[in-house]
Design a protein around this ligand. Structure first.
Ligand code: NAD
Length: 349
């Protein structure tokens, strides 16, 4: 099959492409604008494969997106391209509205036009997977879980733009019959994550001997999923998912942010010991405006219906991740060079 992956130079998209090239015989076409978050360095291990192609395209550019459909005649589209960082969405929402909402609309329209021109067999097997987040469901109290039936209640510019794109994807299934599937996933972590998100920021600040910023009191709860488990889940949904359905994907790894930070500090004490403990660098900073208290996923539907469950525990996944950053500082330098120096974002000022 020919699989178009949008946002394939990003954190999850690159993990998905590495998974597809390594574990399947399919051809992969990576469509990416290469924003500050997109880096071809993350694809060096597969870039030489004759089953891999790259096109630098903005998904908001309808003409260019149509050309991709004409040139490659894909069987599958896996749509991951997005502006993905909540803090950046607080400082400037316009790019989030453009890429996440307008870009998804452009892609759905181009896919529909292409799909309507396919013969019966290819039209029936065509798949469009829209990859989304659990943040569309809003914020939880202490006990409940997000299911696929939880009402949408997004609170940040990022999550509301993703909620809009989910609604568009669902509408293109119900209105036009486009073979759409949707996934909503919890927080991902792992190798190749741009160092603006919690886990890589903490690792790098700790190693640089700087203050490790923890928002508020650090008691917000997130459910963490190792990125390679997410990649496997997305492909399982393509292979076995029921059209028009939504699948929640989660890691059964609920952790308070402060506990995540403590785990990283304690692991670094073991791997890169120094006189003072890394925990001493923790510094509590003003909370993120509108910070959702807790996200937790009920991922029983994808396990029951498609037989997927995460393979990595948080303990093994976080150790792999820390070891990966320690060995790949050249990647960190390449992707942050001129781009970003780990400064605080999203204060709303
Ligand atoms: P990322 O920010 O690391 O990567 C996004 C990629 O999209 C980058 O390569 C960027 O260059 C590309 N891109 C941005 N705008 C584009 C445009 N207009 N045209 C083409 N390409 C463009 O994001 P990620 O963490 O890999 O997330 C991927 C997807 O998964 C997103 O849709 C996100 O909402 C979703 N998601 C992420 C998480 C998470 O924890 N990171 C959790 C659940 C869902």
């Amino acid at each position: 099959m020919k699989v178009v992956v949008t946002g394939g130079a990003g954190f999850i998209g690159s993990a998905l492409i590495r998974f597809l090239i390594t574990n399947t015989n399919h051809e992969v076409i990576n469509i990416d604008k290469l924003t500050y978050a997109g880096h071809l360095e993350s694809l060096e291990s597969v870039a030489e494969s004759d089953r891999y192609s790259f096109e630098q395209v903005d998904i908001c550019d309808g003409k260019e997106v149509e050309k991709i459909f004409e040139k490659y005649s894909p069987n599958v589209v896996m749509h991951l391209a997005a502006e993905s960082h909540v803090d950046r969405s607080i400082d400037g929402s316009a790019e989030f509205i453009k890429t996440n909402i307008v870009g998804t609309h452009v892609l759905l329209e181009s896919a529909k036009k292409y799909w309507l021109g396919l013969d019966k067999e290819n039209a029936e097997s065509f798949r469009f997977l829209h990859v989304s987040t659990d943040e569309v469901y809003g914020s939880l109290g202490d006990n409940d879980l997000f299911t696929e039936e939880t009402a949408y209640d997004p609170r940040s510019p990022y999550s509301s733009s993703k909620a809009s794109s989910d609604h568009l994807a669902r509408a293109w299934y119900h209105t036009y019959g486009l073979p759409v599937l949707i996934t909503n996933c919890s927080n991902n972590y792992g190798p190749f994550q741009f160092p603006e998100k919690l886990i890589p920021v903490v690792i790098l600040k700790a190693l640089q001997g700087e203050n490790i910023p923890v928002y508020g009191k650090g008691d917000n709860v997130r459910d963490w999923l190792y990125v390679d488990d997410h990649a496997r889940a997305l492909w399982r949904v393509i292979e076995q998912g029921k059209l028009g359905e939504t699948y929640n994907i989660g890691g059964h790894n609920e952790k308070k942010n402060l506990d995540v930070v403590h785990t990283i500090c304690d692991t670094l004490d073991e791997l890169v010991p120094k006189e003072a403990k890394y925990r001493e660098q923790i510094s509590f900073v003003t909370d993120r405006p509108g910070h959702d208290f807790r996200y937790a996923i009920d991922a029983s539907k994808i396990e029951r219906e498609l037989g997927w469950k995460p393979e990595e525990t948080f303990e093994t996944g976080i150790k792999n991740t820390i070891e990966w950053y320690l060995k790949n500082m050249d990647w960190v330098e390449a992707v942050t060079d001129k781009n970003y120096n780990l400064e605080r974002l999203g204060t709303g000022k």
